[in-house]
Design a protein around this ligand. Structure first.
Ligand code: FUB
Length: 321
């Protein structure tokens, strides 16, 4: 089956990060729930408390729910809100990277480890040193190095940081100034800490100029994803308040990346968040929308659809609705 379809109608799951491990597709989503928290621009209504893992062997076939693999109460430094996560495989172990507010209500990135792709995942005692904001994407390059991409504005708190330092009263740049950038850091050999200070990931326009904060149709908001196609690096992300999944292409995992266009037009619901992966020679987009919940933006359902490229390597835009 190559058409867009829901993967798990029995429950609300969002932000699906998909990978091929042990010849199967594994999906690591956020687990949405009805918490009764008020809806606001800080995202208090996204009040998630655990993660499930899903797998499938045949596209369109049975999707297995491996159950709850990591819960808020098991994480020693937890405050609230388990947001987007991702998983990397290295030397026989699986590392889950996740977004979570600590007990001072600051988002950090945590790591939890498992011997299998389907968990359970055992959390480290502390967040990754020097980590902040949300939406980690773990990417293994062809040379075997691993990178973590992350960041998100508004509720994701990225605007409170400059040069990796926290300025709690942080403001977004003015609309004519360069946009806040997503971050990237190479992971250390232990996969548990950064090997370097997080770096800015520059997204530029066709003239090589950094996208501006006011360019809301194109600038980065949240939901980093990295994949490689024909030896080029494709960085894709959500534009947040304009609800697109956009992408940019670069020659290195650090960029700079040149804006190319839209992967996915707006879906039903405020957030849009995705991953892109090749399985058995076909490329797929994993994403979510809020159709099954009747438009409740905090109750999202995960989907997948085939993705294709033109002869120049440009992704063909997928319609979200
Ligand atoms: O699921 C909570 C947050 O909503 C994610 O971390 C964001 O990317 C957005 O999808």
């Amino acid at each position: 089956m190559s058409n867009s379809h829901y993967l798990f109608p029995a429950d609300f799951m969002a932000d699906p990060s998909a990978h091929v491990f042990e010849d199967k597709l594994y999906i690591y989503p956020s687990h949405d729930r009805e918490s009764g928290k008020p809806e606001n621009d800080d995202g208090d209504h996204f009040d998630m408390r655990d993660y499930h893992v899903f797998s499938l062997e045949e596209v369109g076939g049975k999707v297995t729910d491996h159950g709850s693999v990591l819960a808020l109460e098991d994480i020693p430094w937890a405050g609230r809100q388990l947001w987007d996560s991702d998983v990397a495989h290295c030397d026989g172990k699986y590392y889950m990277y996740f977004s979570l507010k600590d007990q001072t209500d600051i988002f950090r990135l945590g790591v939890a480890v498992s011997n299998t792709p389907y968990g359970p995942f055992v959390p480290q005692d502390d967040p990754i040193r020097g980590s902040y904001s949300i939406d980690p994407c773990a990417f293994q390059d062809s040379d075997g190095r691993y990178y973590l991409y992350f960041g998100g504005i508004w509720g994701g708190q990225l605007q409170s940081y400059r040069n990796n330092k926290l300025y709690p009263s942080g403001l977004l740049p003015h609309f004519h100034e360069p946009a806040l950038t997503p971050k990237v850091a190479r992971l250390g050999k232990d996969m548990l800490q950064f090997a370097e200070e997080p770096q800015d990931l520059l997204i530029v326009d066709e003239q090589g100029e950094p996208l501006k904060q006011g360019d809301t149709e194109r600038r980065f908001f949240e939901a980093s994803w990295m994949h490689k196609y024909q030896d080029k690096y494709y960085f894709s992300y959500s534009t947040g308040d304009t609800h697109q999944i956009a992408y940019a292409i670069g020659e290195s995992p650090y960029g700079p990346f040149t804006y190319q266009g839209v992967v996915l037009t707006p879906v039903v619901g405020w957030t849009t968040h995705h991953s892109i992966v090749e399985y058995n020679g076909t490329w797929y987009l994993f994403y979510h929308d809020s159709v099954p919940s009747g438009g409740k933006t905090w109750l999202r359902s995960m989907k997948m659809v085939e993705l294709s490229y033109d002869e120049q390597g440009r992704i063909k835009t997928i319609e979200g609705q």
